[in-house]
Design a binder for this molecule. Structure first.
Ligand code: NAI
Length: 302
């Protein structure tokens, strides 16, 4: 089999001035992609901005013989998202790959979280993913080709203490993946989502040093690179990845049980009596569209 390459492909990586995004940008460029290195250059909590983070990554890509252009817009506004995509179209004529990666943290427990902390984290992660995906989708649709990789988090998928804003945003991003997948399928636009764990400024104070040092972003990049390649034909999937471990995770549906005849009242006591079957995930499987849930109701619909 031939090596994966991105010759002739144009990639946007948001938040590519540091951490995971920088690793993706370097990896894609090293294999032939022309890369838009987007980064607002702010602090870990989203405060401030600077062009130096994106500029340094562009410099590194060019020094290694690759092609890259910097963009300093925030993903969190429609105008910013449009300008990021415009930067790619102006510089290289199209967008084939979008890695929605930019992120910040403003962790607080629910009772302590302010409206501003909620709004900013939702704006950068969830709205930001939409703001860049929408104009990128338009270009990909016109060209009949697109690969998007969104970034969720284990905290969003499985829960964590003190991150309600981040967790809600990260699950919203999974929902947005379903939309891009469903609406992009006929244009050959594939959208998948990763839940990475990696050493970066976002995680430097949340894990022991010896573990932190093993969680190199370079272990996450290969999955992102495969998902953004032409070889990848899968879409609408979620993957965990960390330290060389790669695993699919999914929202699933179990067959549950049917109570009554669809006409008579169902009593809460009947729910209690059937709780083991209702709460069981024993035969759970992945479905691809909300309409597939109707298959489980057939006894009541026929
Ligand atoms: P990082 O802080 O090293 O990199 C994030 C980059 O995004 C920064 O360079 C920052 O300047 C940029 N950024 C922030 N707000 C922006 C905005 N509005 N517009 C454009 N750029 C902006 O963090 P890391 O760890 O590399 O995170 C990358 C993504 O991975 C984030 O979405 C994060 O939530 C996610 N993630 C990371 C995990 C980890 O273990 N590092 C765990 C789970 C998810």
């Amino acid at each position: 089999m031939s090596d994966i390459n991105y010759n002739g492909r144009v990639a946007i990586v948001t938040g590519a001035g540091a951490g995971l995004g920088k690793t993706y940008a370097l990896g894609l460029a090293a294999r032939g992609a022309k890369v838009i290195v987007n980064d607002l250059g702010g602090a870990r909590d989203g405060a401030g901005s600077s062009s130096s983070a994106a500029d340094l990554v562009v410099k590194e890509i060019k020094a290694a013989g690759g092609e890259a252009t910097a963009n300093y817009d925030s993903v969190a506004t429609k105008e910013g998202g449009e300008n990021i995509v415009k930067t790619a179209v102006d510089a290289y004529g199209k967008v084939d790959i979008l890695i929605n990666n930019a992120g910040i943290l403003r962790d607080k427990s629910i009772m302590k979280m302010t409206e501003a902390e909620w709004d900013l984290v939702i704006a950068v992660h969830l709205k930001g993913t939409f703001c860049v995906s929408q104009p990128a989708f338009a270009v990909m649709k016109a060209n009949g080709y697109g690969r998007m990789v969104n970034t969720t988090s284990g905290a969003g998928l499985y829960g964590n203490f003190g991150q309600a804003n981040y967790i809600a945003a990260k699950m919203g991003i999974v929902g947005l993946m379903h939309s891009v997948h469903t609406e992009g399928a006929k244009y050959n636009i594939k959208c998948n989502t990763i839940a990475p764990i990696a050493a970066s400024r976002l995680t430097e104070d949340v894990m022991p040093k010896e573990i932190f040092e093993k969680l190199k972003p370079e272990f996450v990049a290969p999955l992102v690179m495969y998902l953004s390649s032409e070889d990848n034909q899968d879409s609408d999937m979620i993957f965990n990845c960390a330290a060389g471990w790669y695993s699919r995770t999914a929202i699933m549906i179990a067959s549950g049980t049917c109570i009554g005849d669809g006409k008579r009242e169902v009593k809460p006591e009947e729910i209690r009596a059937e709780w083991t079957k209702i709460s069981s995930l024993d035969d759970a499987k992945v479905i691809s569209n909300v309409n597939d849930t109707f298959g489980y109701l057939t006894p009541f619909l026929s």
